[in-house]
Design a binder for this molecule. Structure first.
Ligand SMILES: Cc1cc2nc3c(=O)[nH]c(=O)nc-3n(C[C@H](O)[C@H](O)[C@H](O)COP(=O)(O)O)c2cc1C
Length: 201
C-alpha cells in the first residue's frame, strides 16, 4: 500500500487539487478510480446512496450519467441537493462534495452516449432501472428485442438516459495521518469565491 501521509497542499484551487488527487488515484487504484458515492434525498426526505462513475469534470462541476426514471433520477427531479464522495483506499484519501445537480445539454449527453459500446447503448434502452424485474429472462428478452429494433446499429440515446452536472458548493479534502490526526481542508463557495478552512479530524 502506498502511503501519502503528508499535509494537504492548501495553495491550490479545489478543482486543481481534485485533479492532482484524481490523477494519483488513476495510477494507484486497481479499478474504477472514478467511482463515487452519490447521495440523494427522496420526496419524503429520506437519504439514499449508490455508486456512479465520474465521466468528466471541470470548473463548473462533476458529470455522471444515469437513467432519469431511476430511483436517483426521481429523487433529483424533486430535490437537486446531492452529495458525492470519493474514497481512494490506496491513497488513504477521501473527497466529499456537496452541491446542486442539473441535467447537462442533450448535445453533450448524445456525444458521450454515442461513444459507448453498442451493448451499453442497447442496455440503456433495455433496462428499466430501479423498477421491479420479475425474472432475468425478461431483461434478456428486452435486450434481444432492442437489438432487433436497432439492427442497423444506429441506436439513438433514449430520452430517459441523461448526463448530470453536480455544481459544488462545498469540497472537502481528507488525508489520513498518523494516530487518526487526519488532515482536513474544506472549501466553501461564498459569493462566487472559494473560501477555505482547516477542520479538526
Ligand atoms: C462501480 C460502479 C459504477 C456504477 N456506475 C453507475 C453509473 O455511472 N450510472 C448508473 O446509473 N449506475 C451506476 N452504477 C449502479 C448504481 O450503483 C445503482 O445500482 C443504479 O444506478 C441504480 O440506482 P438507483 O436505484 O438508486 O437509481 C454503478 C455501480 C457500481 C458498483
Amino acid at each position: 500500500m502506498q502511503s501519502n501521509q503528508k499535509l494537504i497542499n492548501s495553495d491550490k484551487k479545489p478543482i486543481e487539487l481534485f485533479q492532482e488527487w484524481f490523477e494519483e488515484a488513476k495510477k494507484s487504484e486497481i479499478n474504477d478510480p472514478n467511482a463515487m458515492n452519490l447521495a440523494t434525498i427522496s420526496s419524503d426526505g429520506k437519504p439514499s446512496s449508490r455508486i456512479v462513475l465520474l465521466k468528466s469534470y471541470n470548473d463548473k462541476g462533476f458529470v455522471f450519467y444515469t437513467n432519469s426514471n431511476s430511483k436517483k433520477g426521481r429523487a433529483i427531479k424533486n430535490n437537486d441537493s446531492v452529495a458525492l464522495n470519493f474514497h481512494w483506499k490506496t491513497l488513504q484519501r477521501q473527497i466529499r462534495i456537496e452541491g446542486n445537480v442539473s441535467q447537462i445539454s442533450n448535445a453533450e449527453a448524445d456525444e458521450y452516449y454515442n461513444s459507448r459500446p453498442l451493448g451499453s447503448r442497447i442496455g440503456a434502452w433495455a433496462s428499466l432501472q430501479s423498477e421491479e424485474l420479475d425474472d432475468r429472462s425478461t431483461l434478456t428478452k428486452r435486450v434481444e428485442d432492442f437489438e432487433k429494433k436497432f439492427s442497423d446499429n444506429d441506436v439513438p440515446r433514449p430520452s430517459h438516459w441523461n448526463g448530470y452536472l453536480v455544481r459544488p458548493i462545498l469540497i472537502e479534502f481528507w488525508q489520513d495521518m498518523p494516530f487518526r490526526l487526519h488532515d482536513r481542508l474544506e472549501f466553501r463557495m461564498e459569493n462566487n469565491f472559494w473560501v477555505s478552512r482547516k477542520l479538526y479530524p
